[in-house]
Design a protein around this ligand. Structure first.
Ligand code: NAG
Ligand code: NAG
Ligand code: NAG
Ligand code: NAG
Length: 465
């Protein structure tokens, strides 16, 4: 009897406990009043451009605005607050985010920093102008992992508050690209502990030296600015993507003469870097546990002031399938046969000498190399085991056409006539034929020594046709 009564009481207790805890754990449905006030501020600082329909769901006049905000405001994602008392905005995407949308206009309100539970803040491309609020940096947004404000008209400096000690401790991705920012990268920005992806591309006016890279970045895109100085050393060995294209940087490339096992895209083009091409770029970057290295697929070093012979790839597979652009530099010596494994190779407008090794003819006729730009050098032949027009292989009179989609440009070299091309070559080089003969004997046997006479002084700086 007693045990029955006990069982009954026990079940009653359980039922009450369950009911009690269900009530306790009922998820909150109302957005915190402070976050709602920020959304109101955002909705009045930014506006749809004609053709954009983002803010039509943001209705503050309804009595249920505090519950609607998380359930039906476009771009707003909420989660329960730590004490489960109400909802907080954890992700905010401002703008429709579809390619055709013209996006938003207006300015970013500093009150965004009151959304202290935010982990993602994205402004889609549009015409939002004015400064990046200083308040977004510092300690206001400890949970923020992603901040993307790219493709707008934001101007002024990158706030120093972003680089303050302890600022944005969880920020993983910062994309401020394609705006109108100017001034230096604050010291410390590249030391934010969680930062892995930084895009400051195409602002135009960001300037000064690139500060030391003190964190294991994966992706760094600084192209299209006005940065000066050399590439910081050491570069994080973790890099997968690095672009500083189109700046005013200079110095040698020795920071790249190291192993970057995961690097797949490197673009240093259109600067004033000088000295040799780092040999390590053409060495297989094999991790001990792996058979095949992950391939660097794109290597762009064109339009710098690089000199010396091109380093030979340390094994034929080292550049297999890569796109390599070394054009418009001051490279000397002959073309290393190992580069014939590349998928596309641009070495035009250099000072290369000697014959193009037969490996290149094999690659272009096999179609494994689809583009070979070697015009505007001092090359003396296109060695081929195959019958080529003008070549000296067997059956030289038969002229096998290049495979469809393959382009080989050899004009303005020290060979007559260019054996292949020019279909598909740049218009500027299509009908140039050979280099004036006096320039060719003047180039003394690949040593880079210029001898005068026999037709006049040789200027290295050939006028572009
Ligand atoms: C943001 O927070 C500050 C400081 O707590 C406060 O003065 C301001 O009114 C808040 N802004 C909004 C829009 O809630
Ligand atoms: C780049 O910086 C130089 C000074 O270092 C300045 O004269 C030039 O106007 C800047 N260019 C741009 C596009 O900001
Ligand atoms: C390229 O290097 C040469 C030799 O070091 C130097 O004379 C020239 O000024 C450099 N050109 C540029 C554009 O930096
Ligand atoms: C080029 O130099 C090599 C060795 O340095 C020599 O054997 C060869 O005859 C030279 N060729 C010309 C055309 O001077």
């Amino acid at each position: 009897m007693a045990s029955r009564a006990f069982l009954f009481l026990f079940m009653l207790w359980c039922a009450e406990t369950i009911q009690f805890s269900t009530q306790q754990e009922l998820p909150p449905t109302r957005l915190s009043s402070s976050d709602l006030a920020v959304l109101y501020d955002v909705g009045h600082s930014l506006r749809d451009q004609p053709g954009s329909d983002f803010f039509s769901t943001w209705r503050f006049d309804s009595p249920s605005a505090a519950t609607d905000a998380c359930s039906s405001f476009t771009g707003v994602v909420c989660s329960p607050s730590d004490d489960n008392a109400d909802l907080r905005v954890t992700s905010l995407t401002l703008g429709e985010g579809v390619a055709a949308s013209p996006g938003l206009a207006g300015t970013l309100p500093p009150s965004l920093a009151n959304l202290t539970a935010l982990s993602q803040l994205v402004l889609t491309p549009g015409r939002v102008a004015g400064p990046i609020p200083e308040a977004l940096g510092g300690s206001a947004l400890p949970a923020l992992r992603l901040l993307s404000l790219s493709g707008n008209l934001l101007s002024g400096p990158i706030p120093a508050s972003f680089a303050a000690a302890g600022a944005l401790p969880n920020l993983h991705t910062l994309d401020l690209g394609h705006n109108r920012l100017s001034g230096p990268v604050p010291d410390g920005l590249l030391a934010m502990p969680s930062l892995r992806v930084l895009v400051l591309a195409a602002n135009g006016g960001l300037s000064g030296r690139i500060p030391p890279l003190a964190v294991p970045l994966l992706h760094l895109d600084l192209r299209g600015n006005n940065f000066t100085g050399s590439i910081p050393r050491p570069l994080p060995a973790t890099l997968r993507y690095l672009s500083v294209s189109g700046n005013a940087m200079s110095g040698p490339l020795d920071a790249l003469d190291a192993a970057f096992a995961d690097l797949t895209f490197l673009d240093l083009s259109m600067n004033a870097f000088f000295g040799p091409v780092p040999a390590a770029l053409f060495a297989p970057r094999r991790r001990p546990e792996e058979e095949v290295p992950p391939p660097l697929a794109v290597l762009l070093l064109q339009r710098n002031n690089l000199s010396d012979p091109i380093p030979a790839p340390s094994e034929p597979a080292a550049v297999s399938g890569w796109t390599v652009d070394l054009s418009h530099n001051r490279l000397t010596g002959s073309l290393p046969a190992g580069l014939a494994a590349a998928g596309s190779l641009f070495v035009n407008n250099n000072r290369l000498t000697g014959a193009v090794p037969s490996e290149f003819a094999r690659s272009v006729y096999a179609g494994s190399m689809t583009t070979l730009y070697a015009q505007h050098n001092y090359l003396t032949g296109f060695d081929s085991p195959l019958p080529l027009p003008g070549g000296n292989g067997p059956g030289a009179d038969a002229t096998p056409p290049l495979p469809d989609g393959v382009t080989v440009c050899l004009s303005y070299n020290c060979m007559v006539p260019p054996p292949v091309g020019p279909p598909g070559c740049p218009a500027s080089s299509a009908d140039e034929g050979s280099r004036p003969p006096y320039q060719c004997p003047a180039f003394n046997n690949g040593t880079g020594t210029v001898v005068t006479g026999g037709g006049g002084d040789l200027s290295w700086d050939d006028p572009e046709p």
